[in-house]
Design a protein around this ligand. Structure first.
Ligand SMILES: C[S@@+](CC[C@H](N)C(=O)[O-])C[C@H]1O[C@@H](n2cnc3c(N)ncnc32)[C@H](O)[C@@H]1O
Length: 261
């Protein structure tokens, strides 16, 4: 059986032992970086709001594979008051606690979370499932511990990914297959677990590569002009989102979802 978890954990512990300053981009208010980094999360939250039809800020949030807590900080900055960041790297969680004292942390393996069913209202992963030896198992765990909704931000499968994307990612001795999602794989994992339970699924495919876009637009000085250029590039790419490299998957569980406190 493929289980690199210990080797991967060692590799990530190493990465997260670096200076905390390395992760300052999670905290910067620079409008360009905020736009580039938070764009997918805003789209996902809009989808949860739309599918549930009510304000969602009172929901408890669990971040899976949350690293040093960048996404968790996003939720805390957007009105969520009960936000827990989890990862299997204690070093990452130590940085998280120093960075943002508003956040709770918990050391968890995403493939086997030591949590009761339905422990958190909203369970979120960004760029984490594709690091797992068994990404579908990770999604099954998220669905299990989510009382109301799940958000998945991961790479989307497709010909561009096949042509130029990384297929095998290596961290030291640990190798993992880079699993990419699409509407059908997301839907099938959900339905095979939740069967005929009432639920809503929303999938958005789009182009998103914040490091490349940032490099390109920073040539314009990094200020308002760069921000305008970044927005313009993504607007120009919108008609081609059907071939995009990124996947936003949202599951809302009904009818006991969100509308009841
Ligand atoms: C690419 S980083 C993404 C971090 C963060 N979500 C972000 O986008 O900035 C992947 C994260 O997944 C974590 N991770 C990998 N395998 C894991 C596992 N089995 N259980 C929990 N966390 C894991 C790593 O420690 C790392 O923090």
């Amino acid at each position: 059986m493929n289980d690199n978890t210990q080797e991967q954990r060692d590799a990530f512990e190493q990465i997260f032992s670096a200076e905390a300053a390395r992760w300052h981009f999670h905290d910067t208010k620079d409008p360009l970086i905020r736009y580039l980094r938070d764009r997918r999360l805003h789209l996902a939250l809009d989808a949860v709001r739309e599918l549930s039809g009510v304000p969602i800020e009172s929901l408890s949030v669990l971040l899976v594979c949350g690293g040093v807590g960048g996404e968790a900080t996003f939720f805390a900055n957007h009105g969520f008051t009960d936000v827990t960041n989890t990862d299997f790297s204690q070093n990452a969680l130590n940085v998280c606690e120093r960075r943002d004292p508003r956040l709770k942390t918990r050391l968890l393996n995403a493939e086997a979370m030591d949590l009761e069913d339905g422990s958190y209202d909203l369970v979120v992963v960004q760029d984490g499932l594709h690091h797992l030896p068994r990404p579908a198992l990770g999604l099954n765990e998220m669905i299990r511990v989510a009382r109301k909704a799940v958000i998945v931000l991961e790479p989307h499968t497709g010909f561009v990914a096949k042509a130029i994307g990384t297929e095998w990612e290596r961290h030291g001795d640990a190798v993992n297959f880079v699993f990419r999602w699409n509407r059908e794989s997301f839907r099938q994992v959900i339905l095979s677990q939740l069967l005929e339970a009432p639920l809503s699924i929303r999938v958005i495919r789009l182009w998103d590569h914040n490091s490349v876009i940032r490099k390109v637009v920073s040539k314009l000085g990094g200020g308002a002009l760069s921000l305008f250029a970044a927005k313009a590039i993504y607007a120009l790419l919108t008609p081609f989102n059907g071939m995009g490299n990124n996947f936003i998957g949202v599951l809302v569980k009904h009818p006991d979802a969100i509308s009841k406190p």
